[in-house]
Write a protein that binds this ligand. Structure first.
Ligand code: FAQ
Length: 311
C-alpha cells in the first residue's frame, strides 16, 4: 500500500537516512528532484556563457588561467548533476532537449550580460557566493546522489568565490577608473544575485513540501538573508556602495534589512524575456549542433568496439 510505503519513506527522512536510487520513493519526490537537479545542471551549463565571453580578453595570463579553470569547473558540475538526475530514471538527452526547446528553466542570473571585465569579479563574488549559500545545505539533502555531488561542487564554488572577490579587491585598490568599473558591476549584479534565491517564501510553491522531504533545509528568504548578511560587510571592505538606499543594519535583529526586490523583473526574466535569454539559448543550440558529429563518432566507435568484443 502506497500510504504505508510513504510513511516508511518519511520516517527514513526524519531519521536523516539518505534515499538511494533503488529505494522506494513517492512519484512526486522523484519528480521534484528531477526538476530541481536538472534546472541546476542547466544553470551550470548556461552559466558558462557570460564568463566564457571574457576568456579571450582576460587582462593577464594568470587571470585567464583562473577564468578558464572556473568555466571548465562549471561544465563539470553540469555533467555531474545530469548524472545525478539520471539516477532518477530520466535520460540526459531528454533533459538537454527540454533545455534546447525552451521548456526547462535555468537560473535567472545567467540572462544578464557581462559588459566589463569587473563583471567577472562580481560574478565570482556575488553569483558564486549566492550559489554556495544555497548549495552548502544541499550537501545534506535527503537524496544521496545529489547530496554527494554537492560536496565536490561546493569545494570548487568556494575557489570561484575567492577568485571573484580577489579580482574585485584588486580593482578597488587600483586606479579610480578600475574602482568605478567594480562599482558599476556591483550596481548591475546586486539585485539579480538576490533574485537567485527564488521568490519570497509566501510565493514559493515548492518550498513547503521540499522542506518536509529535506531536499531544502532553509527557505528562499532565509538563505537570501544569510547571503546579504555575509556579503554587505565584504562590499564595504572593498569601499563600494550597494545600489539599495534602504539597506540598513538592524541592531536589534543583527541583520541587514534591504529594500523591495523588483519581482516583476524576476518574473520577466524567468518567463524568457530577460536581457540575454534568447542569446543564451541560441548559443546553446549552436553548440549542440556543432558538437553533433562528436557524439555520432563516439557512438560509432563504441558500437565498433562492442562488435569487436562480441566477435
Ligand atoms: N531562476 O517554489 P520555488 C550556479 C523557479 S548557481 C529561475 O521557490 P524551488 C553556479 C522555480 O524553479 C544557480 N527560476 O522553487 C554557477 C520554480 O519553477 P518550476 C543554480 C527560478 O525549486 C555560478 C518557481 O520559480 N542553482 O549555477 C529561480 O523550491 C557561476 C517557483 O520557485 C540551483 O539550481 C531563479 N533564480 O526553489 C554557475 C540550486 N528561482 O520549477 C556558473 C538548486 C525559482 O515550478 C557561474 N536549486 N525559480 O517551473 C534550488 O535550490 C531551488 O530550485 C531554488 C528555487 C532555490 C532555485
Amino acid at each position: 500500500e502506497d500510504s504505508v510505503l510513504e510513511a516508511r519513506f518519511q520516517a527514513r527522512i526524519d531519521a536523516e537516512e539518505k534515499i538511494e536510487p533503488n529505494d522506494w520513493m513517492p512519484a512526486a519526490y522523484r519528480r521534484t528532484l528531477v526538476r530541481q537537479i536538472s534546472q541546476h545542471a542547466h544553470s551550470e551549463i548556461i552559466g558558462m556563457q557570460p564568463e566564457g565571453n571574457w576568456i579571450t580578453r582576460a587582462p593577464s595570463l594568470r587571470r585567464k588561467a583562473a577564468l578558464l579553470a572556473k568555466v571548465q569547473d562549471e561544465g563539470g558540475h553540469g555533467m555531474y548533476l545530469y548524472a545525478a538526475a539520471e539516477t532518477l530514471g530520466v535520460s540526459r538527452e531528454e533533459l538537454v532537449e527540454q533545455l534546447l526547446s525552451g521548456k526547462a528553466k535555468y537560473s535567472s542570473i545567467f540572462n544578464y550580460p557581462t559588459l566589463n571585465w569587473a563583471d567577472i569579479g562580481a560574478i565570482g563574488w556575488l553569483v558564486d557566493g549566492a550559489a554556495i549559500m544555497n548549495q552548502i545545505p544541499l550537501c545534506r539533502c535527503s537524496y544521496g546522489p545529489y547530496a554527494r555531488a554537492m560536496i565536490r561542487v561546493c569545494k570548487e564554488e568556494s575557489f570561484h568565490q575567492r577568485q571573484g572577490y580577489e579580482l574585485m579587491l584588486t580593482l578597488c585598490r587600483g586606479t579610480p577608473e578600475q574602482k568605478a568599473m567594480a562599482q558599476d558591476a556591483l550596481n548591475r549584479w546586486w539585485w539579480p544575485s538576490l533574485m537567485m534565491f527564488g521568490p519570497s517564501d509566501t510565493e514559493s510553491v515548492h518550498s513547503g513540501q521540499t522542506m518536509v522531504w529535506k531536499i531544502k533545509r532553509f527557505s528562499n528568504d532565509e538563505l537570501r538573508q544569510k547571503f546579504i548578511d555575509a556579503t554587505v560587510p565584504q562590499g564595504h571592505f572593498l569601499g563600494l556602495t550597494f545600489p539599495d538606499p534602504d539597506l540598513a543594519f538592524n541592531e536589534t535583529t543583527g541583520h541587514w534589512e534591504h529594500g523591495e526586490i523588483d519581482w516583476s523583473e524576476f518574473a520577466r526574466v524567468v518567463a524568457g524575456d530577460g536581457p540575454c535569454n534568447r542569446q543564451r539559448l541560441a548559443a546553446k543550440r549552436k553548440a549542440e549542433a556543432d558538437g553533433a558529429w562528436v557524439r555520432e563518432a563516439a557512438l560509432a566507435h563504441a558500437d565498433k568496439r562492442r562488435q569487436r568484443q562480441a566477435a
